[in-house]
Design a binder for this molecule. Structure first.
Ligand SMILES: [Mg+2]
Length: 246
C-alpha cells in the first residue's frame, strides 16, 4: 500500500490516570458535510454517464450497474475495475472533477470541534484525493487532520480495497499502531454508512453512526454501532472526557 500523506504519529502520552488518546477515522461525504443533495446527485449522474459511454450500455442498465456495484463492493469503481477493466484514475477524474465547492453544504465550526477532540485524526474516504482535499480545505480541516486516506491510497498488497474492506480496516489499525488487543479500543470510525461501521466493528474499531444526512441505515439498536448521533458536533458532548481536551 503506498504511503498516505500523513504526519508522523504524534507521541501523546496519557496524563496520569487518563486513558490514552483515541485515533479518529472520519468519513467525508454525509459525515463532515451534506452530500445527499446536489453533490451526490452530480456524482451519481457522472458515474452513470461514464458507464453509458465506456460500456456502451443504455442509461437504465448503466444506472443498474452503478447501484449494483456500489452495494456489492462499497464503491462502484471496484465493480467496474473487476468486471470491465476500467482505468480507476480515469474514472475518478471523469466522475469527480467538477466544482464541488459551489455545491458544498456543511455545518459551521468543524475546525473548532476537531481542535477539541484529543488524539490523531485520519480522513478515511472512498472519494478521490483531489475532491477530498478541496472539501477539507474549504471546511478548514486541513490543519486538523493528521493523515488523508483517499480511495487511491486504499490498496492492500497492490489491490484496491476501499471501505468496507476488512483488509483495509485492519491495515489502517496496523498503520496507526493499533492492531494489538490492548490498543485497538483506541480506534474510532465516524461514518454515515452502516455497512462500513459493521466491518469496522468486526475488526475491533469502536463505531459512531452519523444520521443527519443518512440515505440509508438500520433502525433501532444495532450491535455494531456504539454511538448514534445526528451530527459530528455531538461528539464532544456525548463522548467521555477522555476523548476530548476539556
Ligand atoms: Mg459517507
Amino acid at each position: 500500500m503506498p504511503r498516505a500523506r500523513r504526519r508522523r504519529p504524534a507521541q501523546q502520552p496519557a496524563a496520569a490516570g487518563r486513558r490514552p488518546a483515541p485515533v479518529w477515522f472520519f468519513d467525508l461525504d454525509d459525515t463532515l458535510h451534506d452530500a445527499t443533495q446536489a453533490i451526490a446527485a452530480t456524482i451519481d449522474r457522472r458515474m452513470t454517464d461514464y458507464v453509458v459511454r465506456h460500456l456502451a450500455v443504455a442509461q437504465p442498465q448503466a444506472e443498474h450497474l452503478r447501484l449494483t456495484y456500489w452495494r456489492r463492493y462499497g464503491a462502484t469503481l471496484l465493480g467496474l475495475m473487476r468486471h470491465h477493466a476500467v482505468d480507476p484514475h480515469h474514472f475518478l477524474r471523469e466522475t469527480h472533477d467538477f466544482d464541488v465547492l459551489h455545491l458544498l453544504r456543511a455545518e459551521r465550526g468543524l475546525a473548532r470541534l476537531f481542535a477539541r477532540l484529543r488524539g490523531r485524526k485520519v480522513l478515511l474516504t472512498n472519494a478521490p484525493q483531489r475532491y477530498a482535499q478541496a472539501i477539507v480545505r474549504e471546511l478548514a480541516l486541513h490543519r486538523q487532520l493528521d493523515a488523508h486516506v483517499s480511495i487511491e491510497r486504499m490498496r492492500v498488497h497492490g489491490t484496491w480495497r476501499p471501505k468496507p474492506s476488512r483488509a483495509l480496516l485492519r491495515h489502517m489499525l496496523a498503520r496507526e499502531g493499533l492492531a494489538s488487543r490492548d490498543q485497538v479500543h483506541r480506534a474510532l470510525l465516524v461514518e454515515d454508512n452502516p455497512a462500513n461501521l459493521k466491518a469496522a466493528r468486526a475488526v475491533g474499531f469502536r463505531t459512531v453512526l452519523i444520521t443527519r444526512h443518512a440515505r440509508r441505515g438500520p433502525r433501532g439498536r444495532s450491535a455494531y454501532i456504539d454511538l448514534r448521533i445526528r451530527s459530528v458536533h455531538e461528539l464532544a458532548r456525548r463522548l467521555p472526557a477522555a476523548a476530548t481536551r476539556c
